[in-house]
Ligand binder design. Structure first.
Ligand code: NAI
Ligand SMILES: C[C@H](O)[C@@H]1OC(=O)[C@H](O)[C@@H]1O
Length: 253
């Protein structure tokens, strides 16, 4: 087990990539704390699955774009689970929209959830880890979109580049405390975030045709990389970013 008796916390753990990572962390021996914007009832099956692995589970409903959520989450984790070892900033939204008429509210919301939310959470988690004095690991779910563009994602891709940059600077700021900071850069992973976008079958086929491994990703494809970066197997890895995209990024021709 890669995370035996560690405390693993994740934002946006109610669905998609976050849910897959939370469940894998429990299988790998960690107690798991989840925060998400959805009500607790809808997360109950995930909490039950974590407990069925013999691990403790905690849920806090909250909006990551409100900085108080970070304080509430970290306080609940320390009170109920006794500390924090691995923190994953994952919650995010991607409301696809054209550039020229993008409403300011859509930009403000996307930056608020994806970038400010990640910052508030990572800062609160880092303070907790520093106060514990036993190091830790922070992983942020950025994206291949930190490196490439999308015509309907002009408000989204800068947030993913920002998260990638946040992990690099945090790695520098927190290295002296033994806290490692890394990002994963998923390619296109089939989840609720892109269900509508991928209902355009021509677009879906075009995207698959660019992927050397021949398929879109599944949420479980991110679980292993996230657990690895949180584990002692990655003890000399910090400031790194791991593309998890089936080879899409490197496929020029
Ligand atoms: N699915 C994909 O192709 C890719 C996803 N990503 C990133 O992965 C992360 C997870 O996304 P997916 O699992 O794909 O989507 P998803 O929609 O399945 O999951 C996102 C989760 O975040 C939660 N959430 C949304 N707004 C929130 C808020 N304000 N406060 C707290 N929780 C909130 C949702 O309730 C949901 O549980 C996001 O940051 C996304 O940008 C990155 C690259 C590709
Ligand atoms: C939601 C999109 O399908 C997905 O989000 C990303 O970050 C990837 O680049 C994909 O475009």
């Amino acid at each position: 087990m890669l995370l035996k008796d560690k405390v693993f916390a994740i934002t946006g753990g109610a669905a998609g990539i976050g849910r897959a990572a939370a469940l894998e962390a429990a299988r790998q021996g960690a107690d798991v704390a989840i925060t998400d914007i959805v009500p607790e009832e809808s997360v109950q099956p995930i909490l039950d699955a974590i407990r069925a692995e013999g691990r403790r589970a905690l849920y806090l409903q909250g909006d990551v774009s409100a900085h108080e959520t970070a304080t509430r989450f970290i306080t609940a984790i320390t009170e109920e689970l006794g500390g924090l070892d691995i923190f994953v900033s994952n919650a995010g939204i991607c409301p696809f929209h054209a550039f020229l008429d993008l409403p300011p509210e859509t930009l403000i919301k996307t930056v608020g959830v994806n970038l400010l939310g990640a910052y508030f959470m990572v800062q609160a988690a880092a303070n907790q880890m520093v106060s514990q004095g036993r190091g830790g690991a922070i992983i942020a779910v950025s994206s291949i979109s930190a490196l490439v563009g999308g015509a309907y994602q002009t408000h989204y891709t800068p947030t993913k580049a920002g998260i990638h940059s946040l992990m690099q600077s945090s790695a520098v700021a927190l290295g002296k405390f033994g806290i490692r900071c890394n990002s994963v850069l998923p390619g296109t992973i089939r989840t609720a975030i892109n269900e509508e976008d991928l209902s355009d079958k021509t677009k879906e086929e075009a995207m698959i045709s660019r992927i050397p491994l021949g398929r879109l990703g599944a949420p479980e494809d991110l679980a292993g990389p996230i657990v690895f970066l949180g584990s002692s197997m990655a003890s000399y890895v910090t400031g790194a970013s791991l593309l998890v995209d089936g080879g899409c990024f490197v496929n020029l021709q």
